[in-house]
Design a protein around this ligand. Structure first.
Ligand code: RP5
Length: 281
């Protein structure tokens, strides 16, 4: 019996799956395979402290090194999150210990917010489900073309901007990319479906700074499904990638889980089945 695609990942708890790569560039060794829930006793836990020099230089996307000052700069002087209440003194990773304290490469204390556009099509020749994927320069891993966002910000514009920058050639063909960005903003607004909101098991996460995202699915049909992809600034590859089990397991961070969830909802909405090799039956 052929298993349906989503059955491969539905038992996984999103945000808790172990990623292939736990190390971000420049990070010291973590010594634990986290996140390990805080509720599990660990008497000798000694995280290594690391905040990247580019974060400490405090560019406009980064907080002050003084966590109290960072909190004061937030709306209502509170750290925000799509998950549980954040500890207001020193934000603490809601999934547990990571082996590193400080902020690593992440600019914000607490949650660092992103938006992830999951754009799919049915390949007219192969009949398989495909998604827009980019290869990240930091890890060399294929990923959803997501990017940083503000907490709670309107998503359509952010999703289409990230897509244009990373996969539609905003730098190499700016006029074409601008048209597509507008088109996608309208499509996300009308047909985008929020499939996930919360923690990302990102290799940059630390005990005090972590990624959270909102992932939105958009399925393209007709002429829109033939869009050519061009890698942008932060990517050295862009492709229509077959949504099969092997590819999902290799995606960056929790991205395979997000796509699995999008596939599940797609199946429910259309009454179709997506098989393990990506075929839409
Ligand atoms: C991941 O990092 C998110 O899911 C999103 O895809 C991405 C945002 O970070 P950058 O691509 O801007 O580095 O955690």
């Amino acid at each position: 019996m052929k298993l349906h695609l989503y059955e491969m990942s539905e038992q996984q708890n999103i945000g808790q799956s172990k990623t292939a790569s736990r190390t971000a560039p420049g990070y010291p060794p973590r010594r634990i395979d986290g996140p390990v829930p805080w509720s599990e006793p660990h008497d000798s836990y000694q995280p290594v402290s690391y905040t990247a020099p580019e974060v400490l230089a405090q560019p406009d996307w980064a907080d002050s090194a003084d966590v109290a000052k960072a909190r004061e700069s937030r709306p209502e002087q509170r750290f925000q999150s799509y998950m549980s209440e954040v500890d207001q003194e020193l934000p603490r990773n809601p999934k547990g210990r990571t082996g590193i304290e400080g902020r690593g490469l992440l600019g914000k204390w607490g949650a660092n917010f992103a938006a992830d556009p999951i754009v799919t099509r049915r390949n007219p020749d192969s009949g398989k489900l495909e998604m827009i994927a980019i290869r990240r320069m930091d890890s060399g891993l294929w990923a959803i073309p997501g990017g940083m966002a503000d907490f709670g910000e309107a998503l359509s514009g952010t999703l289409s901007r990230e897509l244009a920058e990373e996969a539609l050639g905003k730098v190499s063909s700016p006029e074409r990319a601008a048209q597509l960005e507008k088109l996608f903003a309208e499509k996300f607004e009308k047909d985008g479906r929020l499939v996930y909101e919360g923690y990302v098991d990102d290799p940059r996460n630390t005990d005090n700074a972590w990624m959270e995202t909102r992932a939105v699915h958009l399925h393209l049909t007709g002429e829109d499904a033939y869009i050519d992809l061009q890698a942008g600034d932060d990517a050295d590859g862009a492709q229509w990638m077959v949504v099969n089990q092997e590819n999902l397991l290799r995606l960056y961070a929790s991205h395979g889980d997000f796509v699995g969830k999008a596939v599940q909802l797609f199946q429910e909405a259309t009454g179709s089945r997506v098989l393990v090799d990506g075929t839409i039956a």
